[in-house]
Write a protein that binds this ligand. Structure first.
Ligand code: CMP
Length: 137
């Protein structure tokens, strides 16, 4: 099943010089391709759309500050079961709970600064791709 997903390499990944490493892991998966890629500093309006479901949670305001603290790399990744696959490659939200071999398990320690976002379902992917890449056909 060919799918598309939105991936964000968060400001910590860009600051720490890990974008090549993470993109390399994505590119290495058989049949997956990068359909779009952009370095971009996110404004609050975009972040409110993206993280609307977390509004009101204790981590919401610090998350917004972190996500707007520097550029992210936004990617559209396309390929076989890519939604589940990138989530697996990223590891669980809490990097300490993430297994070695996953991006968060190998490079993360902090829940907020967990390096990578990947859409969690087909429905989220469609919604998030519209926010970040509205022109994509
Ligand atoms: P992500 O799953 O991409 O989307 C929601 C983000 O909120 C998550 O990554 C973390 O960056 C952040 N987040 C989720 N839960 C917490 C938490 N308990 N404390 C701090 N940040 C969190």
């Amino acid at each position: 099943m060919t799918q598309r997903t939105l991936v964000l390499l968060k400001p910590d990944a860009v600051r720490r010089g890990l974008i090549g490493e993470i993109i390399g892991r994505i590119e290495a998966k058989a049949g997956w391709t990068i359909a779009a890629l952009e370095l971009r500093t996110l404004g609050l309006e975009t972040l409110e759309q993206h993280y609307g479901e977390h509004r009101g949670k204790p981590f919401y305001e610090p998350l917004m500050a972190f996500m707007s603290s520097g550029p992210v790399v936004a990617l559209v990744v396309e390929g076989e079961r890519v939604i589940e696959g990138v989530r697996q490659l990223a590891g669980p939200t809490d990097p300490i709970a993430a297994a070695p071999g996953s991006v968060r398990g190998d490079f993360g320690t902090i829940v907020r600064e967990n390096l990578i976002h990947a859409s969690d379902s087909e429905e989220s992917a469609i919604r998030e791709l519209k926010i970040f890449f509205p022109g994509l056909s």
